[in-house]
Design a protein around this ligand. Structure first.
Ligand code: FES
Ligand code: FES
Length: 157
């Protein structure tokens, strides 16, 4: 076992993992944060997306020991004390999800996009969520949701 110390949603946590443990399994099983989903385990679907030091990462594609000292944000860290993050609210208002399996990864990817590009066009939105597969909603609603979030966040920074 290897001890890994990292900051998780603003709180310092220590976990003991095998050197072969995937970050997604450490998040779900060691940290008990099950909002991060397991899909393909091959880096294709994006259901396991988290943010590591600000960058979206498919957590099935990296080892937990690689997150030593990192600042990790999972979907559980997105909403604030005053309620849903604007991206979450926009997906709710614009019917951007159905079953929600892809949603944590989709939301964290959308947040990264809007931090880097507050006014993305549809092509940029599509490009950003290219690695987040949704099996049931349809991407028109996803694009509409992210555009809605962008508009609101620019109006109320
Ligand atoms: Fe990680 Fe699909 S479970 S990309
Ligand atoms: Fe069901 Fe995207 S909302 S997979």
């Amino acid at each position: 076992m290897t001890r890994v110390t990292l900051t998780v949603n603003g709180r310092v946590r220590e976990i003991d993992v095998e050197t072969s443990t995937l970050l997604v399994h450490a998040v779900r099983e060691n940290l008990r944060l099950t909002g991060t989903h397991v899909g393909c385990l091959t880096g294709d679907c994006g259901a396991c997306t988290v943010r590591v030091d600000g960058a979206t990462v498919k957590s099935c594609s990296v080892l937990a020991v690689g997150a030593q000292g990192a600042d990790l944000v999972t979907i559980e860290g997105l909403a604030g004390d005053d309620g849903l993050h604007p991206v979450q609210q926009a997906f709710w208002d614009e019917f951007g999800f159905q079953c929600g399996y892809c949603l944590p990864g989709m939301l964290l990817t959308a947040c990264e996009l809007l931090e880097n590009d507050p006014d993305p066009d549809d092509a940029a939105i599509v490009e950003a969520v290219n690695g987040n597969l949704c099996r049931c909603t349809g991407y028109a609603a996803v694009v509409r949701s992210i555009r809605c979030a962008a508009d609101r966040m620019r109006e109320t920074p």
